[in-house]
Design a protein around this ligand. Structure first.
Ligand SMILES: [Zn+2]
Length: 303
């Protein structure tokens, strides 16, 4: 194991050199196991399709091998490397070398075995590719660049006018915004709203929505009030069942059915009943009693 970490064993001292040297390991670890033969093991990716010379299988471009990299010479001062890979489909080996003269790779024979060969390049296919690329360049790319250039020239021709126009519009927008903010602030001040509260945009849609909400709330309130009136009226009708009206509100609420039945049984003297109610209630809760009696009479007519 090479010294990855900063741990130095207790029996190490600087005179023994670096940690790797002390442990007898190379800094590159197992990849340098053939370093004494000038071979370093690297990950090598095939730059083109090849056919293995041993098993005759096709091996696609981009397949990666743990190749033995070795310097085999120089082209002027540039080193030439060879990469020796073992075919993953058989036991054969093949070798690929760099070619600095043509900035390419060449497949070379292995020393004692058959090697893979570069795929035959169809000249017609190559020609087709070049004509296709040329057509794309002339019909798509050139017009595109020209149109982009003309657009760019159009916008860069008179920067002063464009800038003036933009700044004028910005100023107008700013004025509108300031006016709106002032109006909002006065509104918030008037109703004591928190200053960070965002107000809704004052447009037709918001108005419409507010109107709908208002109508809805109004209807709900009307329903609630009518329900309350009905309840009070039923209580008022139950009152004549008991003797004293003012003190028996809770008892009549507890037995509203008995009161109702008694009222229906004594429904004959309706006029005298109403007169009694008026007399009893008008004295104390004049406004409440008035409302309950008027609705109470309508309730009686319905019943
Ligand atoms: Zn093979």
């Amino acid at each position: 194991m090479q010294g990855f970490n900063k741990y130095y064993p207790p029996d190490w001292d600087p005179s023994k050199g670096g940690l790797n040297k002390y442990q007898g390991k190379h800094a590159l670890g197992d990849r340098a196991r053939k370093i004494d033969k000038g071979i370093l093991i690297v990950r090598f990716e095939l730059p083109f399709n090849i056919w293995c010379g041993t098993c005759n299988n096709h091996i696609g471009m981009g397949v990666r091998y743990n190749a033995e990299k070795k310097k085999i010479g120089n082209y002027y001062s540039t080193p030439i490397y060879s990469f020796r890979c073992k075919c993953h489909l058989c036991d054969g080996w093949f070798e690929i070398q760099t070619d600095p003269k043509n900035t390419a790779y060449v497949v070379t024979e292995d020393t004692d075995k058959e090697s893979g060969n570069a795929p035959p390049l169809d000249p017609l296919v190559a020609l087709e590719k070049t004509t296709e690329a040329e057509r794309l360049l002339n019909e798509v790319q050139k017009p595109r660049i020209e149109s982009l250039q003309s657009v760019s020239e159009h916008y860069n021709a008179d920067p002063y006018t464009l800038s003036t126009r933009v700044r004028k519009r910005f100023r107008e927008d700013k004025k509108v915004e300031q006016k709106k903010r002032a109006a909002d602030d006065t509104l918030k001040g008037r109703y004591g709203l928190p200053s960070e509260l965002a107000l809704v945009e004052d447009d037709d849609k918001a108005k419409e929505e507010a109107k709908e909400q208002w109508l809805k709330a109004n209807q709900e309130r009307a329903l609630r009030e009518s329900a309350k009136r009905r309840r009070i009226s039923s209580e008022v009708i139950s009152i004549p069942g008991s003797s004293s009206t003012s003190s028996s509100l809770s008892s009549s609420r507890a037995t509203p059915k008995a009161g109702l039945s008694s009222a229906s049984s004594k429904s004959n003297p309706l006029a005298s009943l109403r007169a009694r109610i008026l007399q009893n209630t008008a004295a104390k809760h004049s406004s409440l009693a008035f409302g309950s009696i008027s609705s109470g009479s309508s309730g009686l007519r319905k019943g």
